[in-house]
Write a protein that binds this ligand. Sequence first.
Ligand SMILES: [Zn+2]
Length: 163
Amino acid sequence: MKNSAERLDWALNRCAESQLRMTPVRGAVLDFLSEQRKPVSLDEISQAPGVKGQYDSTTVYRTLMVFKDAGLVRNVGIMRRTSHFVMSVPGEVNYFLVCERCGSVVELGLTSGMLANLEHLALENGFATEGQSMDLHGICRNCKSASARRAPASKVMARYCLV
Ligand SMILES: [Zn+2]
């Protein structure tokens, strides 16, 4: 597991390789993300030092999309409203549970045996496992109890993001 400085270093090198110009907002967002292990929401990133009060969420979102295209960041969650972002550092395996209603994110504590099984399954399906990540999408307990009278919780959907 890399520390924040190493993660930032990797991200800056990746920017240079992708010929991404470093701007103050890009630098501030990378600074913040390098310190986060768990995915963070657009709101949280917009409150980060060097970002808050200087750039609006649209600018921050565009910055994140540029990073995503460059393979620096991946987003966890489907809709913009509930999207969370995490730095996509090689060698760091991230598995998260994502609530599709409120966007809450929980890290899955998988054992090395479970990870090995998943890796094996991915390989069997023709996916490379470098920088592997997988999110399970569903409805969290809070949202489920809030909607218990309306409809049954939807099925959990697995989404592979192998890069
Ligand atoms: Zn929820």
